[in-house]
Ligand binder design. Sequence first.
Ligand code: B12
Ligand code: SF4
Length: 517
Amino acid sequence: MKLLFVHPGPLMYTKVFLRLEPLGLELVAAAARRAGHTARLIDLQVESHADYGRLIREWRPDFVAFSCNYLANVPEIVDLAKATKCELPRCFVCVGGHSASFTAHEIVDHGAGVIDCVLKGEGEAGIVKLLAAVEHDRDAVASVPGAVTADGDGPTPAFVHSLDDIVPARDLLRHRRKYFCGQLDPCASIEFSRGCPWDCSFCSAWTFYGRSYRLVSPERVVEDLSTIREPGVFILDDVAFIHDRHGFAIGEAIARKGIRKQYYLETRGDVLLRNKEVFKFWKQLGVEFMFLGIEAIDEEGLRKYRKRIPLGRNFEALEFARSLGIRVAINLIADPDWDEERFATVREWCLDVPEIVNISVNTPYPGTESWLTEQRRLQTRDYRLFDIQHAVLPTRLPLATFYRELISTQRVLYRKHLNWRSAPNVALGAARCLLRGQTNYVHGMAMYDKVYDIESVLADHARPVSYEMPLPPVPISAGKGPKSSQLYIHTPRGRAGRHVDDSTERFVEATRMGTTV
Ligand code: B12
Ligand code: SF4
């Protein structure tokens, strides 16, 4: 069959800071291609809806698969599915990915007959079975593991046998030079591991994978990395180098092969402090930027976000990263309950530290524990506002004042580092990108004021809403612990699902606060 894989358009963040290749979709496409189908891929982060329409009309695929990792993309995907069925009534339309898995029934309902199936969970295993059913016996679609159709749910989704099995179909991307992460322009993506063994209440990375944690082998990493032409590489792992031995093994294999790249990675402060030697080694291999999950600057905030790493350790982690010469970015979560004084304190703290500070807004997402325990009522059910840049919970300040505080704080922090006039290294970085013929980084900087603008963010709240988010269930009190079946997409396999040694398992146990497996 002719298959078209589609990544939806950009959100606020992607327009300014970084835009990454859709690696998950490339993996699913690779699995489908291996099963004998012809695949194409279009990424609407860098191509237009008109390009999509043209491709549909001219190539006439038999099967269209949308990737829905972000809740905010749901309305766009439903509308594209409707347009697709209008043009190609016999085409099978499927949606998969992180957010689609947590809102599968709603997506099928919004489609009102145009979305044939949502395929939950990781796609490599499910897609092959789904394609076989679509090709040979459409009645069998409903019994494919992970499938949700208008007729009901199939069995629970299955894990891919091994992460080494499939190499992403990187060749399917038509505009590889459009992907960047700040000064890493152009930039490719890679995964060394999948899943997260921690269980933070505001995050769904762990609930999606049943709190499992699996590793890609060093051999397979090197095989994949040697095909990557981009000088920059974004390591997609939720928490990089949880397991020091794995980090060393990959690093050593890369060094032996003589591969030289510039890397960006994300990790936790306590992991950085526990595995200092691995990060030192990776600095030599080319780690330039690191994102540290800090989330709040005070003990109360940290407790609230259930990071059991004491604030003092977070500062120690920042100190250590600085000592390595790695440029560090941190994220703080602003609560809609913040008042002017709280914003002022945060601004002051952020201006004091040399790190790049990013501020996002506390947002309960389906698939997180916060979604099940949050007692405050949602102020909006517009999917498009669930991008952690908008306030969806009641704000203590009037909404316009909240955004004035938020956006002016974000702007002060952005200017601190990214104003090329005041920061020579930014200007130098921009010049290097331009000399390479790359304009993404400079273009992102130019877009900042347009994207992070109070009027346009407020106008987003006033748009008519065609599709409404599901309401969260009756809140259970925090600390009581939701049922497993309410949380997970992939069924947890307990300790056996986590490929870490016993000492790392104990370390995770001591730093998580979970009530579930
Ligand atoms: C890397 C990453 C990013 C990258 C972008 C990656 C990209 N190209 O889109 C960056 C840093 C830019 C980013 C930004 C944001 N992110 Co982000 N991100 C991630 C992260 C850590 C990993 C995603 C990833 O690439 N994994 C590796 C690949 C291999 O897996 P995958 O894409 O999930 O694909 C697999 C399955 O999902 C499935 N699948 C995917 N597509 C399809 C399609 C079909 C048809 C099928 C069958 C299956 C399928 O199969 C794939 C293979 O197994 C996830 C957390 C997580 N672990 O999932 C958060 C996560 C997805 N991000 C999240 C958020 C909130 C954001 C932001 C909104 C945050 C912000 N600060 O503004 C922005 C918005 C980005 C945007 N699109 O504009 C949330 C999503 C919440 C939600 N429900 O919407 C997550 C879950 C993290 C969290 N804290 O909970 N993000
Ligand atoms: S450490 Fe927490 S926030 Fe980070 S990916 Fe894991 S569960 Fe999510």
